[in-house]
Design a protein around this ligand. Sequence first.
Ligand SMILES: NC(=O)c1ccc[n+]([C@@H]2O[C@H](COP(=O)([O-])OP(=O)(O)OC[C@H]3O[C@@H](n4cnc5c(N)ncnc54)[C@H](OP(=O)(O)O)[C@@H]3O)[C@@H](O)[C@H]2O)c1
Length: 354
Amino acid sequence: MLTSLRYLAGTAGPSGFGSRATAEEATAGAGDLRHVTAIITGATSGIGAETARVLAKRGARLVLPARSLKAAEEARARLRAECPDADVVVLPLDLSSLASVRRFVASFLDLGLPLNLLVNNAGKYADRFALSEDGVEMTFATNYLGHFLLTRLLLEKMAETARASGFEGRIVNVSSTIHSWFAGDDAVGYLDRVTRRKIPYDPTRAYALSKLANVLHTRALAERLREMNANVTANCVHPGIVRTRLIRDRDGLVTNTVFFLASKLLKTIPQAAATTCYVAVHPAVAGVSGKYFADCNEASPSRLGASSEEAAKLWSFSENITAEKIQKMSVHVSAGGFRLQVQSSNADRGMALA
Ligand SMILES: NC(=O)c1ccc[n+]([C@@H]2O[C@H](COP(=O)([O-])OP(=O)(O)OC[C@H]3O[C@@H](n4cnc5c(N)ncnc54)[C@H](OP(=O)(O)O)[C@@H]3O)[C@@H](O)[C@H]2O)c1
C-alpha cells in the first residue's frame, strides 16, 4: 500500500529519485560519458531508444545491434539529429538466434572497440507460441537466452576494458516486476514442458518466465564476475509500465481502452528509461552488483528471483544449451529429471529440448 502511494506520488527514495524521475534527471550526476562505449540491445524503439538518446547526449559511444538494419539506421539518424557528434555504430543481431549472437560478437570484437557498458534491454511479448531456430520457446530465446550468450561472449572484453581503463564496467539486464508472476514452479522444468507442448502456451506466463530468467541471470552473473575478480557489476531493473511496441501483438480497441483507463498509473518513456540509465552510469551505484532496481532504487525481487539455487540451475542449463560444440548427450539439470538432448554435434545447427 505504502509502496503504491509512493509510486503514485513519485516520492523520492534513498537514491534521491522516484517513479517520476526521467532518464535525463537520473543521469545528471553522471558527468561526461565520453569515456564510455556501450552496447544497448533493442534501441530501435521504446525504452531502449530513450536509453540510447540520453547516453548519447552525455557523450557515450553507442553500438546498436538490431535485427533490422534499416530500423537501426533510422535510430542512428534520430540520435544524430539531436546529437550531431554522436558516435553510433549499428550491427545486425537477432537475439532469438544463437548463431546471430555469435556473428554479432565476432563483428563487434573485430572493430577493436572497448566495452564499458552492456544494456540487455531488447524484449518481446509473443501472443502465439513459436520456437526459435534453435528449438527454444521464442520469448525465452529472445528475452533471455540470446542475452545470456551475448553477455557470456562479451564478458572477457568487458573485464579487459575495465582493467585497462580503470573504469568500472556495468551490465544492466532489463527485467520486469512481472517476473514475480512466475512462481511455484521450477523455471527450467516449465520451459521444458512448454517447449514440448506438454502444457498449453500462456503468453503472460512465458513472458514472466523470461523476465524471471533475467533476474536469475543477474544473480548468477554477479557471482561469476566476483569469482573472475572483474571490475564489472551486473544488476537488473524493472523500468515501470509504459505503452511501447512491446505488446504490438495485442494492439486494438481493448488494449487501447485498458491503457487509456490506466494512463494515470503509467510512466512516460523518459521515466521508464530512468532506472536503466541510473543503474548504468550513476556514481551512487558503483560497486553494487547482483541487485534488482525499480524507480531508481534498490528493490526486492520475488522469492524465486532471490534463489541462488534456481540461479545456479538456470546458469548451468543455459551454458549447456548455448555451448557451441556439444556431442549428442542428455543433461540432467534437476532432481525432477529435466533432460536436454542436443541432436547435432553443432548446437548452432539444431537443438531440441526433449
Ligand atoms: N513497456 C513496458 O511496460 C515494460 C515493462 C517492464 C519491462 N519492460 C521491458 O523493457 C524492455 C524494452 O521494451 P519496450 O517496452 O521498450 O518494447 P519495444 O518498444 O517493443 O522495444 C523492444 C526492442 O527489442 C527489440 N527486439 C525484439 N526482438 C528482438 C530480437 N529477436 N532481436 C533483437 N532485438 C529484438 C525490438 O526491435 P524491433 O524494432 O526489431 O522489433 C525493439 O527495439 C523489454 O525487455 C521489456 O520486457 C517493458
